[in-house]
Design a binder for this molecule. Structure first.
Ligand SMILES: *[C@@H]1O[C@H](CO)[C@@H](O)[C@H](O)[C@H]1NC(C)=O
Length: 224
């Protein structure tokens, strides 16, 4: 970090000396891969509405075609996995469950509001597969519900086993095996794949697991 600051100061000095104007909004350096990993982690904690992409199965009239629709996620499982509360009735869920290995791609985008050009803002695509979690213990299910509703208070109406809920829902874990990130424009931002292990560690400090029964695995504290 200190190194970056020195570099930025040095570059500013050079451009002043050489009479070049540095636009104030321009970043002093291009976003690094490590910074991109942290920025991706921030994205999935701040904005928990994204887009789920799936492919219609062979049995469908739309076989082989891509399909994408809004979905909620929550970072309740150990990174890089994400937590979903899926409704079997949804077309995305149906596509995913009818496809080999339950493949899906899920994207999260910085909201465009207020940006001079939303193209300059970070977005990320997670590629992976969905595992349904129908047999969680009561404690595990409670822990997920507590975490998930912190991000999505409205979801309390359709949590699994909610009496009077109009929907059947089921907990699911999305395991990520590839990440593609576009930080913004390529001259100032990282664009490319982010190794999942780098992303998993980014901005996290492992803390002692206090409650083994929660079943969510190792706990992390986010330290952005
Ligand atoms: C997810 O993908 C892995 C391989 O990438 C596979 O071993 C696993 O069975 C898949 N999970 C499901 C639920 O299909």
């Amino acid at each position: 970090m200190a190194m970056m600051m020195k570099l930025a100061v040095a570059l500013t000095y050079v451009s002043l000396v050489m009479g070049m104007a540095v636009p104030p909004e321009q970043q002093a350096h291009r976003e690094t891969l490590a910074e991109a990993a942290v920025n991706t982690k921030k994205l999935v904690h701040r904005y928990t509405t994204g887009t789920m992409a799936s492919v219609f199965p062979d049995t469908s009239d739309n076989a082989g075609r891509p399909f994408a629709l809004m979905e909620y996620h929550a970072p309740c499982h150990p990174s890089p996995s994400l937590t979903f509360l899926l409704l079997p009735i949804s077309l995305s869920t149906s596509n995913i469950l009818h496809t080999d290995h339950h493949y899906a791609t899920y994207t999260v985008t910085t909201p465009p509001e207020g940006a001079r050009t939303p193209m300059s803002q970070g977005r990320v695509a997670f590629m992976g597969n969905i595992t349904l979690l129908p047999d969680l213990s009561h404690a595990e299910s409670q822990a997920l519900a507590k975490c998930y509703t912190q991000y999505h208070p409205d979801a309390r109406w359709w949590l699994p086993d909610t009496k009077g809920s109009p929907h059947v829902s089921i907990w699911a874990r999305f395991d990520v095996d590839d990440i593609y990130y576009v930080g913004g424009f390529g001259d100032t931002h990282y664009i490319g794949h982010i190794p999942t292990d780098l992303y998993a560690r980014a901005g996290e400090k492992k803390i002692e697991q206090e409650d083994e029964a929660s079943g969510l695995g190792e706990e992390s504290q986010i330290v952005f």
